[in-house]
Design a protein around this ligand. Structure first.
Ligand SMILES: O=C(O)CCC(=O)C(=O)O
Ligand SMILES: [Fe+2]
Length: 188
């Protein structure tokens, strides 16, 4: 599909920029497989007669590395900042880029994953199409943790190394209980 081809190119460019922002060589994040493993999901939120009683998608941060989200013009996506929810107003032709938990780990907390949710609405349908970059499949079996070039005595690792397949299993079995996040087990 044409859109996927463009997404892959966009992903590579974003990871180049993010590498530079971390003070790394521009190809660093691409070279460790960050722009691979891209999966696309389509959400369809029908109009809701009682939106105050429910949510479209509950509060969460994306489990992967980076998310590129396309949405139609209905709106409903909100991000949490300083304990307040802010609407992410749709911009025609615009894409929303979200940092995921795994980029938070790779960057040793320099980049923070963003908590977000989708609220329900009387109007609709709302359609959103996130593309999740979760990394090359070969990353699944190797120890995963903050990028070593970023670490120093002044910037010690904030996470111990873990296996991605264990982390992903934890993420997908996590409950609605917000008090414990899948990454908490690896913080140090
Ligand atoms: O529908 C949206 O805008 C958000 C969907 C989402 O957060 C997700 O699929 O992870
Ligand atoms: Fe999400």
């Amino acid at each position: 599909m044409e859109y996927i081809k463009h997404l892959k190119k966009l992903g590579e460019t974003l990871f180049e920029l993010l590498s530079e922002a971390l003070g790394l060589q521009p190809d660093h994040l691409n070279s460790i497989g960050c722009s691979k493993g891209c999966s696309i999901v389509a959400h369809y939120y029908p109009p809701c007669p009682q939106p105050e009683l429910t949510l479209g998608v509950r509060k969460h941060a994306d489990a992967g590395i980076l998310t590129v989200l396309l949405q139609n013009d209905i709106g409903g996506l909100q991000v949490l900042h300083d304990d307040q929810w802010f609407d992410v107003h749709p911009i025609r032709g615009g894409l929303v880029i979200n940092i995921g938990d795994l980029l938070q780990v790779l960057s040793n907390d320099k980049f923070k994953s963003v908590k977000h949710r989708a609220i329900a609405s009387h109007v609709g349908p709302r359609i959103s199409v996130p593309c999740f970059f979760s990394g090359h499949a070969s990353l699944l079996d190797k120890p995963f943790g903050p990028i070593k070039n970023l670490l120093s005595e002044a910037n010690p690792p904030r996470y111990k190394e873990f296996l991605l397949k264990e982390y992903l299993a934890k993420f997908f079995s996590s409950s609605l209980d917000d008090n414990k996040l899948p990454l908490d087990d690896y913080k140090q």
